[in-house]
Design a protein around this ligand. Structure first.
Ligand code: SF4
Ligand code: FE2
Length: 625
């Protein structure tokens, strides 16, 4: 492929993609370079048949009279509502899966995680299965409340000073699904025209998305899938082994295939693979669900090869020819996978119709038929392996990625690692050895300078400034594939952080796994603030989703803003056409929740800005300079 291609921070990935004959996002980015200026600024409205209306200085209102502020706010609220809906879908299914475990006396992988969560939610129950049902029920009950009934668990899981603030502002969310529903209503034709009201609605959505879709999803998954364990693991294309029947997983709902995952470990199933001429079955991690499996990889060593890469690495993973089947259950399963799968005879299966791919077989996940479904998946993988391997060429770039990358970090085990207390970390921050903490989260996109380029460059700039980086999401997949979580990465850190890394044996970037783990980062931040007796906006902690991609990322962002954190984005979220929306998000919000949006596409000056905020907060706390 000699055509111009988008760049990646991952040079080996870039040359692998260039060496193949498959069209990928790397190629299409070039064809889509010309962006629509109205869309970019959020001032194109096509809510009614009078449109599309486009706002310019000469035509400042749409036919209905809506101005740029209303149009931008409506578009933004719709995006945040969609993103919230995605995460709420995930937590709903996750809770239903836990309920099923309770009802059928299924597999509880971590009793400790169950006790921890039940305790957090104030559930007193001795029988472990009943406990699962009760935990699931209180979560589901909250999700299904009408909007005028406030969600009850917010008081149990959020940080006290924040709850107070949210109550003052009147942004405590009602039932999460109803919040999404009314967000859609509000942003429909000729309804709400008040940009500030719509932005406040975004904050409510941020709270319900964050506490339920993010935080609770992880805590429930820990029960069914096992607690994360800190360990070294290989990352990148090198994890793919052609001797196995390889099943690539994409999505976000790990518990949808927990039964299948267990099934793969059974000796009679391994025998089936051997009979077909393979050494066994292997799950190859891709996108966030791969990150989640990597996080819990300690429990799945026999069947998990490792994490290969993030969303925009997935087409290349498929191009190796070594993948025999793709199981997807949610988003970040990009449509570009379809033609490659067709060409390479790769069977595609979807386990949730919200993410049904055109060329995939959809299997309805009847929770009472897991055995049958698991066997169907196994047989499909066997068939695919047998029929395709003689027809395709396999090319795995074995030098891609790293043999050792630190993974499995969670809010619980990080604290344990530090001696069951946040004191050592707080001390390092207080005495200035670690200047502060930056959470680098969210996705990977192709437009903020190229695939993962902004994420990687910004991270390097931050660690150089002795700022510890915690990471979650597809950004993590990019960071680990360029070695930022591998031994030796500490050399890229500033002198002080480097010493800490060497002493503790950790990299300067800690891998919390999927985007869902932003919920784990929220717990870390909250516990640090609690330890210090301060509110979140006072912490020397910043948030950045440099290469945010999806509507979900905007809902995550709304959570960060509700928490009162500074949120950096390399690209603006289609708001620049509105003075009011831009002003509220980048300035006024500081006096409302304490958070604000920073838009900056230059990694170096972004790091300067974030460092400045950290230094300012240190000064206000009276910490050593
Ligand atoms: Fe134009 Fe108003 Fe219709 Fe939007 S809702 S397309 S601004 S007339
Ligand atoms: Fe994700």
């Amino acid at each position: 492929n000699s055509c111009k291609m988008c760049k990646s921070a991952d040079g080996k990935l870039e040359s692998f993609v260039a060496s193949k004959q498959f069209e990928t996002a790397f190629h299409r980015t070039e064809d889509q370079k010309q962006k629509c200026g109205f869309g970019l600024q959020g001032v194109c409205c096509r809510l009614c048949a009078n449109g599309p209306c486009r706002i310019t200085s000469k035509s400042p209102r749409g036919i209905c009279g809506a101005d740029a502020d209303t149009i931008v706010a409506r578009n933004f609220l719709r995006a945040v509502a969609s993103g919230s809906a995605c995460y709420i879908h995930i937590v709903e299914n996750t809770a239903l899966n836990l309920k099923h475990v309770g009802e059928t006396k299924g597999l509880i992988k971590s009793q400790k995680a169950l006790d921890y969560l039940a305790d957090k939610l104030g559930i007193d129950e001795l029988d472990k299965y009943e406990k699962c049902i009760k935990v699931a029920d209180v979560v589901l009950d909250d999700l299904y409340k009408p909007r005028h009934k406030k969600m009850e668990l917010v008081d149990k899981i959020a940080y006290e000073p924040r709850i107070k603030k949210w109550k003052e502002l009147g942004i405590m969310p009602g039932g999460a699904k109803s919040e999404v529903f009314d967000g859609v209503v509000k942003s429909s034709t000729n309804l709400n025209s008040d940009p500030v009201d719509m932005l406040m609605h975004c904050l409510s959505l941020g709270i319900s998305t964050g506490l339920y879709g993010l935080t609770l999803t992880n805590l429930i998954n820990d029960i069914m899938l096992g607690d994360p364990v800190i360990r070294m693991a290989p990352v990148g294309f090198r994890v793919i082994d052609e001797d196995y029947i390889n099943i690539m997983i994409t999505g976000h709902q790990h518990s949808t295939f927990s039964s299948f995952q267990e099934k793969l470990t059974q000796p009679e199933v391994v025998k089936l693979a051997k009979k077909a001429g393979a050494k066994g079955f292997r799950l190859v991690g891709c996108t966030c669900v791969g990150q989640d499996l990597q996080l819990r990889g300690e429990h799945y060593q026999d069947i998990f090869s490792g994490h290969a890469g993030n969303n925009f690495t997935s087409e290349a993973v498929l191009s190796t020819g070594a993948i025999d089947m793709v199981i997807s259950e949610f988003n970040c399963t990009i449509p570009g996978l379809e033609p490659i799968a067709d060409k390479l005879n790769v069977k595609m299966i979807c386990l949730d119709d919200v993410a049904k791919k055109k060329n995939a077989e959809y299997i309805y996940l009847d929770r009472n038929k897991y055995d049958e479904i698991d066997m169907k998946l196994i047989n499909e993988a066997l068939e695919s392996f047998k029929s395709r391997r003689s027809k395709v060429q396999i090319d795995i770039p074995r030098d891609h990625g790293y043999e050792e990358s630190l993974t499995g970090v969670s809010e619980k085990n990080l604290k344990e690692f530090l001696g069951n207390s946040w004191k050592p970390l707080v001390d390092l921050i207080a005495n200035g050895t670690i200047k502060g903490v930056a959470a680098i989260v969210g996705c990977s996109n192709m437009t903020a300078g190229g695939h993962d380029i902004n994420t990687v460059e910004l991270t390097k700039e931050l660690i150089k400034r002795d700022i510890l980086v915690l990471s979650a999401g597809c950004s993590t997949g990019g960071l680990e594939n360029v070695g930022l979580m591998s031994p030796g990465s500490e050399e890229l850190a500033g002198e002080n952080l480097k010493t800490v890394c060497k002493t503790l044996g950790i990299p300067p970037v800690l891998n919390f796994g999927p985007c869902l783990a932003i919920g784990r980062l929220e717990i870390v931040a909250t516990e640090l603030a609690e330890y210090l007796g301060i509110d979140l906006p006072q912490l020397p902690l910043v948030l950045s989703a440099p290469q945010w991609l999806e509507e979900q990322a905007l809902a995550d962002g709304a959570f960060g803003l509700a928490l009162g954190l500074p949120l950096h984005l390399a690209l603006p979220p289609f708001i620049t056409g509105s003075k009011v929306v831009t002003e509220v998000l980048t300035e006024s919000l500081k006096d409302i929740t304490g958070g604000h949006v920073i838009v900056n596409q230059d990694p170096k000056s972004s790091a300067d800005q974030l460092e400045e905020i950290i230094i300012d907060r240190r000064q206000k706390l009276g910490l050593k300079e």
